[in-house]
Design a protein around this ligand. Sequence first.
Ligand SMILES: Nc1ncnc2c1ncn2[C@@H]1O[C@H](COP(=O)(O)OP(=O)(O)OP(=O)(O)O)[C@@H](O)[C@H]1O
Length: 790
Amino acid sequence: MVKQTIQIFCRVKPTRLKTGIYSVEEDENTTKSNLEFILPKDSTEGYINNKKESYNFFFQRVFDQQVKQDDVFEHVAQGVVDNVLSGYNGTIFAYGQTGSGKTFTITGGVEKYADRGIIPRALSYMFKKFEEDKDHLYTTEISYLEIYNENGYDLLDPRHEATKLEDLPKVALMEDPDQNIHLRNLSLLPAQNEEEALNHLFLGDTNRMIAETPMNQASTRSHCIFTIHVTSREPGSATIKRSKLHLVDLAGSERVSKSQVGGQLLTEAKYINLSLHFLEQVIVALSEKKRQHIPYRNSMMTSVLRDSLGGNCMTTMIATVAVDKKNLDESISTCRFAQRVAMIKNEATLNEELDPKLMIIRLKKEVQGLKDELALVTGDVRTDQLTQEELERLNELIGIYLADDDLEATLDVGGDTRKIQYCYNFLKKKIKERKEPDEKVETVQHVPQDDGPTLSPTEVQRLREILQQRDNEISILVTMLKKERKRALNAENNVVESARKVQTLVESPPYRKETYSVPKPEPTTRKSRIKDITLLWIQKYFKLNKYMNEKNVEMSAGRQEAFELYKRDYTESEGIVEQKELLKHRYEEAKKLGQEINDSRNENARCSIVQHRAQALLVNEREQATIHAMEDIKARYKVSFNRLKAMKAEIDHLHHLLDKSRVQMQHDFDQWWESQTRNGHATGSLSPRESSLKTGKNALTDLRHGHGDRYAGETVAQRRQGSDANYRYSPGRPPSAPRSEQRKVMSGSSDNPSRPHNIPLTGDKETDADIMAFIKARETLMQQQCKALN
Ligand SMILES: Nc1ncnc2c1ncn2[C@@H]1O[C@H](COP(=O)(O)OP(=O)(O)OP(=O)(O)O)[C@@H](O)[C@H]1O
């Protein structure tokens, strides 16, 4: 058992502003880092005020603005992953206000491969370790849960076409009599290698993005728990270790009170923030050591993370903070929360258990081994029936035994239960015959025709007792035999059942609706795995395309045109162009590497003929040189192969980033369009559905982010990206506002501010220009008429 307090780290989000309101120092005595916030007194509040000027917080380490993702992984996650591989549970969770970099730290950024976060790096590290560790067999399964408004959603179900969060399968929380938590309906997908595991992550991320709409910016308001379930055992051993690694991206932590909203909106905002409030309650209760009751059950998130908080788990927290002035209050509050978390002590135990199925298989093997050994020693193979030869020999022995007058005489037939059984049966029969003298006495071939000595009644009584005792022994033996046979039959059935399960798994898609782990099926064939994965990808792309198409079909003609221009500008944006360039570059590199590998393989095949000759000692000097060359080729082949493997992971990741950008673009456009129509700037006529959606939508969106007037008038993307150092659009302009707007291609009010708002336009440039010309002409005419009347 390992007793350990929760480890806390802090990460400062990069900012372009020179803040000067914080400093980071290493404390050499404690090897901890000190984060200090400096708040100069505000003279507007009067010279005499007791406000603190400096706030100090200690962390295991503070990652300042310039620290990169690989450093964060190495210091925060690597140790946790190592412990998970040794059989301990681990959790890493990110906590901080909206936009402070939680998702960036846990999942990664969308711009560069180097920005990938803890999850993809942990997967990569794990599978590398599996390959290196030849002493254990590992199996991995992945689950991805999203908790929004106290409801759990399965992000890894490829069968559901989600276009909103509610479309995803709901996950139910169950508790067994031992108070263990089970999540019903949460998919556990097996991952045989890094590629498969990353595909699961991408599938979950895509679902997460698609399910998010401008109405419901779930990512900010939901908690996401990505779990890697690892099972390991030594070959031939019945002991298995099961451990879990939870990687948690919590919802934005900003206080509801700050949003300064009221009425129904406040109630909703409070509801959204409730689970974080309960998390805080659990943390407070755990840090107050005398508290008996810890209110885990109050929310789904604390129930799921029960073990991670004060239980059987090694837990690490990353507090993410933004250090610009307007976010200082929230940053201090995040650090205070972290200090309380650091007081919680967990007791992690090694999760070892005996696998009953493996145990049976092992025992069966042992029995078979013993049988074989016995056969080897005795020189014969045992069956259930005694042979004729054995029967004759037994009859002979019984005859001698019965003929012996000595009461101490023994009948020794060895340890074979079949022979002992035969003797008992024989004697029983004999005694019965004595009791029924009328019946015909059956004689045994070699038993002398002798009535035997006349026995005294006491002697008879003693013999009867012995017989009774033997009878009892026989019936015990028979019962044991029956039980043994039944157990063997069950074990046989289990083997058949397992084989059937494996077959079903091979034939069905690679998901399963179970919360508990069942032993993993034998590895499916490579072909069927490839088929499964391809299916998953096709489903994913189909879903993505369907989502984009549906979105486009819904659009009015004007909106559609705006979207096309928006798309063009978006895809021309620096980040996406860079990603595409990089992808192209990587493809070329991969092609070259593939060619190199093929050449090495061919060369290798040619050289192996020489090697065969070498084995037969038929080599000459030239052939010797070829053999050395072959060693070189092999080494180069290995290097190229590993590089190609790494490149493939990078290419997959880049594809995923591009997918993400596509969905993000659709979201950004929707928000931008909404803000335009709300402000009466855009001119495309709205469909009835759009009009109805428009009402109250933006107010709700703002509220869902719990910012109220603090961010009043800004869209979510503005808020999130406006503070982002890498943000490529200037604040004050709509998010990703298309250059097309500047070019005034989107006919309408920006051209003609006097256009009455109630005139619907078609979205067709020429027609709209005609309509506007007509309206202008009519207005001029009316003005002239008014003047004439006056
Ligand atoms: N350390 C960092 N380096 C570079 N960019 C960062 C860093 N941290 C955050 N960002 C950028 O800041 C923006 C917001 O970050 P992110 O989405 O991770 O915040 P969050 O805390 O998860 O917000 P939310 O609660 O809304 O999910 C993103 O565009 C992200 O790329």
